[in-house]
Design a protein around this ligand. Sequence first.
Ligand code: NDP
Ligand code: 8X3
Length: 254
Amino acid sequence: MKNKIALVTGATSGIGKACALTLAKLGYDLIATGRRTERLEELKNELPDDIRFLPLEFDVRDREKVASLLGNLPADWSEIAVLVNNAGNAHGLDPIQTGSVDDWDAMIDINVKGLLYVSKAIIPGMTQRNSGHIINIGSIAGKEVYPNGNVYCASKHAVDALTNGMRMDLNPFGIKVMGIHPGLVETEFSLVRFKGDSQRAGTVYKGYAPLLAQDIADIVEFALTRPAHVVLADVVVLPTAQASATVINKKLNP
Ligand code: NDP
Ligand code: 8X3
């Protein structure tokens, strides 16, 4: 993958960070994004010396900043071969009748509109070159709905729909579009969902072996190393202890 460029959004933790490290290991030059600049600096120290690295700090909700930063990349960073649309989170886990409008705004603005803003900036280069690979990180919450998941599930159903729509619209250009839809992955996800309540977040992953961020990065690696004529269109991946969004065997200890 020497001299090919990959862009990963939300590379400061969890799935995005694991994907960034895996892409760098594969030899991609890396553009990594997130809001926490110190985490982007730390990431730099974990990368192999022989790849180029461009950290970009922005909030995916900031439409103008996304357009100006990604629309005006330095010439030697402009030809993005792989886009991993990963940035996102759940905010809250409340019934629809008492949910917070601020949480709803965050999930729709980050998970859906942020993904669109980033894609809007990157896709024209891919269509011009008739090549590219877009990997959207959806969720089991984009395939099923669970109690109190309402708006997060809606945002991930939107990611699923956008992934399928992108694959159709970009089909004439030979661009691969993939959706990965994980079940429970132990990252900072629940810490964010429960607004820093680490005790509550910890209980989500107790009593069974959840997926690890690297499990998702391994799927990205497999997808990217398929021959040109093969696209993994849609992958749902669950911990063995999980049968659906709501069926989790917490007695199946690791
Ligand atoms: P983490 O909380 O560990 O990582 C989330 C990443 O998204 C961080 O790098 C964060 O960076 C970035 N991010 C969040 N909000 C913004 C924003 N407004 N602007 C820019 N970047 C942002 O969670 P995960 O790694 O688990 O989540 C990654 C993706 O995987 C999400 O889309 C999530 O919905 C999805 N997913 C997670 C599952 C899980 O069980 N963990 C299961 C299925 C899907 P920073 O804070 O520095 O901006
Ligand atoms: C994250 C997995 O089940 O918490 O998307 O929605 S879940």
